[in-house]
Design a protein around this ligand. Structure first.
Ligand SMILES: [Zn+2]
Length: 512
């Protein structure tokens, strides 16, 4: 039923288009071969390449403008566009009226609702058999086999078209009972809708043994049947990269070309091969991936202490500025009962965190790049974030408290001795973000100090000397044998790093 209605309309439309084009062409004294060649061969670019056709852009421009009637209606459809003739046909066939501002928008993406309207008009705007398959309060006599879309009300601008698509089984909508009229349509979806509106035809016999295939549309792909038909019929052509790009978006210009080809197939049983040959007509519109959440960020990580500190007591005992007072350059850090060292834990977590942050798009700077050296001193660590112009500084430690103590705490700077008072407030927010992320990941706040895992200290050089927001994490207590065993577990370290990266990401997003 569909195919018949559509064929009748398109036959009429094409006759009108042919008549108008030829008449106008003769009237303006263009070479008689031009409109015929254009209608047969399709694209202007293909015509220009031929020596028998006029090369002057003005002739083609005039033809396209005239055929698009009234002249210059679509000011944004260039004469040398590969879609000029397709869009002209679309207008002549009454499938599009363009826009109120006189543009067509050939480069704009096709929305699902618009595609429904295109197909509905191409079929001659048939009445919906029965109530529209859209959300309506008067659904008493609604055919239960026709889907109702919760996001398409009866007064939606495309309600008739979408309702018709649903009533005729061309679309079933989506599993959540929506149609998504404002969402861009994909190439795979277009293939499916064209295939179904054509009545799910069998593949042409001539190519049955040699059906085209695309590496990104395997045989079990949801649109495999439709895409294969589309390609075998010549409505679309394979691209040099061997892909169909089923998830790519489609422009209105490309849509015009597809509908024109579908019509050619219906009218003549084939698509003019010359028209197929311009692959630029089907450049997939691939929307770039959104930037990763931490793109453009630089995160400074300070793995506390260093493995070589144990052998360099004279170096690390040197007093350094800690924020208006002095402290030893560094210390060895805690050691678990089984000999597992805090410096190693800090470094292992720091490397895992670095990988996770880089995966999220951040750059990472470390205050030390191995666990064999000595230092750096705590004043250098504190100033490090500012030195490298980081967004924030995260210092990683584990505690060496009595065995009954367990849990993590996040230390932030107090206002008393900081080099830059403006970092106090954002450091507090960063501390909360880290605490929340660790709790979410199942880590328990310390049972022996602080409040809900949060501590303020004014005696730590790493915090006092930082000119970027900073927190110091004591991830747990190595003095507790059970907790020490957990902390050296690589799986636990990965969970910790993942939680820290999430905290950094959320914090920076919130800070803007
Ligand atoms: Zn430490």
């Amino acid at each position: 039923m569909l195919a018949v209605a559509r064929r009748v309309l398109l036959t009429v439309a094409l006759k009108v288009a042919l008549t108008v084009a030829l008449t106008v062409a003769l009237t303006v004294a263009l070479p008689v071969t031009l409109p015929v060649a254009l209608l047969a061969a399709g694209t202007e670019s293909g015509v220009s390449a031929s020596g028998t056709q006029p090369a002057a852009a003005s002739d083609a421009e005039r033809w396209c403008a005239v055929a698009t009637r009234p002249a210059n209606r679509y000011l944004d459809v260039e004469a040398d566009s590969v879609f000029c003739q397709h869009i002209a046909w679309l207008a002549e066939a009454g499938i599009t009226e363009g826009r109120a501002d006189g543009s067509f928008g050939p480069g704009d993406l096709v929305r699902r609702g618009q595609l429904a309207a295109f197909l509905h008009r191409a079929a001659g705007r048939p009445e919906v058999p029965g109530p529209p398959g859209v959300a309506d309060e008067h659904q008493d006599d609604h055919d239960p086999t026709v889907p109702v879309f919760v996001d398409v009300s009866a007064d939606h601008v495309f309600a008739d078209a979408i309702g018709w698509l649903a009533a005729t089984g061309v679309t079933t909508g989506r599993v959540d009972a929506t149609f998504g009229p404002d969402e861009p349509v994909t190439r795979g979806q277009v293939a499916a809708l064209l295939y179904r509106s054509a009545g799910r035809p069998a593949h042409p016999v001539a190519v049955a043994d040699d059906l085209p295939s695309f590496v990104d549309v395997p045989a079990d792909h949801v649109f495999a049947e439709a895409v294969t038909w589309l390609a075998a019929s010549g409505i679309t052509v394979g691209r040099d990269d061997g892909r169909f790009w089923p998830s790519a978006r489609l422009t209105r210009g490309q849509m015009a070309a597809l509908l024109w080809r579908a019509d050619q197939l219906e009218q003549h049983g084939s698509v003019p091969t010359e028209d197929e040959l311009d692959p630029s007509a089907f450049d997939p519109v691939v929307e770039p991936d959104p930037p990763p959440p931490l793109a453009g960020r630089l995160i400074a990580i300070d793995p506390g202490h260093n493995g070589g500190n144990f052998d360099a007591p004279h170096v690390i005992s040197r007093p350094v500025d800690a924020g208006g007072f002095t402290k030893p350059c560094n210390t060895t850090g805690a050691v678990a009962a089984d000999g597992y060292r805090e410096s190693r834990f800090n470094f292992e977590v720091a490397l895992t965190l670095r990988d996770e942050l880089e995966r999220l798009g951040a750059e990472v700077a470390l205050t030390r790049t191995d666990d064999l050296g000595v230092g750096p001193c705590i004043d250098v660590r504190g100033r490090f974030g500012g030195e490298v112009d980081a967004d924030l500084l995260l210092s990683i430690h584990a505690d060496g408290a009595p065995a009954r103590a367990h849990g993590f705490h996040v230390i932030r700077p107090g206002p008393g001795r900081v080099a830059d008072p403006s970092v106090v407030a954002p450091s507090g927010r960063l501390a909360v973000a880290v605490r929340d992320a660790l709790v979410d990941a199942g880590f328990r706040p310390a049972n022996y100090l602080g409040t809900n895992g949060l501590v303020v200290r004014e005696d730590l050089a790493t915090l006092n000397l930082s000119t970027v927001p900073v927190v110091l994490l004591e991830a747990g207590n190595l003095g507790n044998p059970e907790e020490a065993a957990r902390l050296r577990d690589r799986a636990v370290q990965r969970e910790l790093a993942t939680a820290l990266a999430a905290a950094v990401s959320r914090h920076l997003e919130a800070e803007g």
